[in-house]
Structures are given as structure tokens and as C-alpha cells.
Design a protein around this ligand. Structure first.
Ligand SMILES: Cc1ncc(COP(=O)(O)O)c(C=O)c1O
Length: 418
């Protein structure tokens, strides 16, 4: 489903700045609800669970909203599990797939949390601690996808999951500890191409064949979303239909009716929020150089452009009468040459000037498409800038503060000063 990134009107932006200051993340309740409804309508044959990959944006407001809408959760660490439990979200709504299995995983398991063993070592640890237990297996099915090398989570260059050729070793460990493998999990960041989803579904079903107790297939997240004009968003109905059919065919062939799970993070959040900032300076490097717009935000709120050369829509609310358009490099507020909001697509080393209306210092600027992996993944406290506030634009039109701006005292609170 094509959905343009959520944005603000100039009047809304002015009100939010006067109430909460800048930089501030602004989430749209309407967009969050709409994306959740689309995910819950994912095609399936024998039942569906949508797990929100909370690493995308873990604020309590978002977790509670999705919980109330019937979503379950994918946690990436023991800390994320505890964060959900602290909000009163029951353990049986939580699945843990982690690179670092926490010490207390047996306790989490007893609270109802399901665990995907993501390596042979994790499986061995699970078996030793919980012989006879129910466990999921995350496999790397040998196929990769994903926008950049850093977001590719399948294939030989990825450490996520048990390499598919080691399934026999996994079976031996399962036998040794009499484990019940109830779920096969694959997450390769498959993107928006239905042919790739079908291929990964078939590879995943081949893994299911090896484990007769499996009743659940989880194919992770990775549904690409258009942030910029011209980019293509995943149509969940289009990618889901062949996957649903392959699960139905598998049932006709084997009699096994698999429950299906998806774990979107990006899909639910990417276009549901942005960062409102203030233009705090401008500079240029002469006729052969560049014109720069300097924001009061940057990698401290939106790290993705610096990491991946990710592209975000940028809207300048210019206060100049009859403003003309000009090419600008938009930079963040850190003393760091990589703090750039207009890198070349996919190449954080290069600059890509963006055509924007000429602004005045003090004008507002909106960075769109900043709901996923932004508030959750910042260059936090670099240059001692405090973590930004987060607000939600409610469906009623009112705004609600959901996270206060950090104070300098909070930045320093764990330092031993004497
Ligand atoms: C296991 C797992 N599930 C789901 C996701 C969510 O992916 P996305 O935000 O691309 O939908 C991730 C992201 O890294 C993941 O590792």
C-alpha cells in the first residue's frame, strides 16, 4: 500500500515548536494505526500473528498502542523483553530473537516468552538449561536481500541465524536435549519483490520439513517502504499472496497447517513520524562550493543518512516572501563531517545537494520518514546534545508528549564525579 510519509502543516509545526521546542520527534497516531491495520490484513491460510519488531522504535506509547491493537512483539535483547514486561505486556506475546542470549533467558521462558535459538551455541545453551523445552530456530536460509550491505541480514555475509547447511547439527542438539522445535524463523530483509518472498518462503518450508514438531513459520520483517518520491513501498497483499499459497500447498502435501508470523518494524514506523527542527545557521563555501543549511538536529536524532546514505524527505517551512529554490547540503549540529542529512543515496561519503526553498535562520525544517531506527538508533549524546523529546499527534488533533527532552544532569547521571 503506497503511503506518503507523514508530514505537518506549518501551523502544526509552529504549535509543536512553541509547546515542546526542537528538535522533536513527532509520531502520527493515525499513521501508526493505519499501518498496523494493513499488517494485520497480511494474507494467510491458517492464522496470523503480527509481531512488532520493537527495535524500530521502542517508546511505551507505541508499544501500548500496538499491544491494544492486537499486535505481538519481536524483541532483540533481554532488555527489550524486560521493557515490554515492565509495561504489563504478557510474556506469551513476546518472542526473543537475539544476537546475545541473556543470562536470564530461562526465567524469561518461564514467563511465557518464546525464544528463537539464533546460533548453534544458543541452541546448546537452551537445551542445557531447559531440556524438553519448546524452542524456535532462526535459520539463515542462504539468500540475502536488503537495501545496503549493513541492512542485509541473509546470505554468507550475515551472521544472523543458523547457517542452513548446519540443520543436521541443529537436529542432533534437538535430539540430545529432547527439545520441541515449534517454530522456524527466517528474516532476510526480503524487500518488496513478491518473487523474493516466495523464494524465501519455499526455502523456509524446506527447513520446516526437517523438524516435524514445527507448527509456526515466521518470516521476519524487512518490508521496504518508500520514504522518498519515486521509491517503491511493499504492497503487503501482493507479497503475501504467493507466501500464503505456498503454505496452503505445503498443507495439502504434508497435512501440516502452519500458523504464519510476520515481524515488521520499518513497515509500521518508517513513514509514521518525522523530526521537527529549527534552522540554526547557514553557510557557504563560495561560488565553486556548496550552500549549507545547519539544523539543530542531525545524527543525534537521525543516524541513518550517516550510516547508510539513507534518504529522508526534507521540507523547509521558509518564512521568506517569494522564496526561490536553491541547492543545499543539509547538515546536522555535531562537530563531525559525517553529520550530513543529504548524503548521496547509499553512499554516506558523498554529498548530494537537495533543491529546497531558500530559508531564513530560525525557520522550521521537517525531516520525514524518521519513525523507524531513528529515535531508537541515534548517535546519542554525541557533543553532549540531550536526547530529543518525542510527541504524538493524536487523532483528535491534540499533541501528547510521550518522552521528555533529556537534561544535562541525566546525561551525566552515571558519572562518578568525586
Ligand atoms: C529478527 C528480526 N525481525 C524483524 C526485524 C524488522 O525488520 P524491518 O524493520 O526491516 O521490518 C528485524 C530487523 O533487523 C529482525 O532482525
Amino acid at each position: 500500500m503506497e503511503s506518503m510519509p507523514f508530514t505537518l502543516s506549518i501551523d502544526q509545526a509552529k504549535v509543536i515548536r512553541s509547546q515542546h521546542g526542537t528538535p522533536v520527534y513527532v509520531y502520527s497516531e493515525a499513521a501508526l494505526r493505519a499501518r498496523a491495520a494493513e499488517a494485520l490484513a497480511f494474507p494467510h491460510s491458517f492464522g496470523l500473528t503480527v509481531r512488532y519488531a520493537m527495535k524500530a522504535a521502542p517508546s511505551a506509547f507505541i508499544l501500548r498502542l500496538f499491544h491494544n491493537l492486537g499486535l505481538h512483539f519481536d524483541a532483540s535483547s533481554g532488555y527489550e523483553v524486560r521493557r515490554l514486561l515492565m509495561l504489563g505486556i504478557p510474556g506469551d506475546r513476546i518472542s526473543l530473537s537475539t544476537q546475545e542470549l541473556p543470562e536470564d533467558f530461562p526465567e524469561l521462558y518461564k514467563l511465557g516468552v518464546s525464544v528463537n535459538a539464533c546460533s548453534l551455541h544458543q541452541l546448546e545453551r537452551f537445551g542445557k538449561a531447559l531440556p524438553g523445552g519448546r524452542v524456535g530456530l532462526r535459520f539463515n536460509p542462504g539468500q540475502g536481500s536488503g537495501g545496503t550491505n549493513r541492512t542485509n541480514v541473509g546470505g554468507v555475509a550475515s551472521s544472523f541465524g543458523i547457517w542452513h547447511e548446519y540443520a543436521a547439527t541443529a537436529q542432533e542438539i534437538v535430539q540430545k536435549y529432547q527439545l520441541q522445535v515449534f517454530r522456524i524463523h527466517t528474516h532476510i530483509g526480503s524487500g518488496s519483490d513478491p518473487a523474493v518472498w516466495l523464494k524465501v518462503a519455499l526455502l523456509s518450508l524446506n527447513m520446516v520439513r526437517l523438524f516435524p514438531d514445527v507448527t509456526v513459520l515466521n518470516m521476519g520483517g524487512g518490508y521496504k517502504v518508500a520514504r522518498m518520491p519515486g521509491e517503491k513501498s511493499t504492497d503487503l497483499q501482493t507479497v503475501g499472496a504467493p507466501v500464503r499459497d505456498s503454505i496452503a500447498d505445503f498443507a495439502s502435501e504434508t497435512g501440516r497447517k502452519l500458523h504464519f508470523e510476520i515481524e515488521p518494524g520499518t513497515y509500521l514506523l518508517a513513514t509514521s513520524a518525522g523530526v521537527l527542527s529549527t534552522i540554526q545557521d547557514m553557510a557557504d563555501t563560495g561560488p565553486q562550493g556548496y550552500a549549507f543549511v545547519k539544523l539543530d538536529t542531525g545524527m543525534t536524532e537521525i543516524l541513518r543518512p550517516s550510516l547508510y546514505g539513507a534518504q529522508h524527505p526534507i521540507e523547509v517551512f521558509s518564512s521568506l516572501p517569494n522564496t526561490r529554490t536553491r541547492d543545499y547540503i543539509v547538515v546536522g549540529h555535531c562537530c563531525e563531517s559525517g553529520d550530513i542529512l543529504t548524503p548521496a543515496p547509499g553512499d554516506p561519503e558523498m554529498l548530494a545537494p537537495r533543491s529546497l526553498p531558500e530559508p531564513a535562520i530560525g525557520d522550521l525544517c521537517w525531516i520525514g520518514g524518521a519513525g523507524a531506527y531513528c529515535a531508537a538508533m541515534p548517535a546519542k549524546n554525541y557533543n553532549s546534545f540531550p536526547e530529543a523529546a518525542e510527541v504524538v499527534l493524536l487523532q483528535s488533533g491534540a499533541t501528547k508528549l510521550i518522552r521528555r527532552r533529556q537534561s544535562l544532569q541525566q546525561i551525566m547521571q552515571n558519572e562518578i564525579l568525586d
